[in-house]
Design a protein around this ligand. Structure first.
Ligand SMILES: [Mg+2]
Length: 102
């Protein structure tokens, strides 16, 4: 696993979470998935209530941190998955999978 890009961020998050007492065992995967939703909901709520975009962004960063923590718990090579997915997305046609291109 290369320790650059997303994997570097993932390891930074894992180091902090470990230091702060938040475990990343496989038994927590359901909980960690749910916590990602809560952060996206917090961003949605902040935006709905007219919060400044820095606040909305902070909540989205929370979501990214939680996603990175979960990816570390899953033991996957996030950088490789990201690069493969980007390659796949670049290979898709313009406005892929849209019915009318709304
Ligand atoms: Mg939050």
């Amino acid at each position: 696993m290369e320790t650059e890009g997303i994997n570097k961020m993932m390891m930074e998050v894992r180091e902090m979470a470990d230091a702060k007492g938040f475990s990343a065992g496989e038994e927590r995967i359901w909980e960690m998935l749910a916590l990602i939703h809560t952060e996206v909901s917090e961003a949605t709520d902040a935006y709905k209530k007219g919060a400044d975009l820095d606040k909305v962004g902070e909540e989205l960063i929370d979501a990214i941190i939680r996603i990175l923590h979960l990816l570390s718990a899953m033991g996957v090579d996030a950088e490789e998955l990201y690069q493969k997915k980007m390659e796949k997305n670049w290979s898709r046609p313009h406005r892929f999978n849209t019915v009318r291109g709304g």
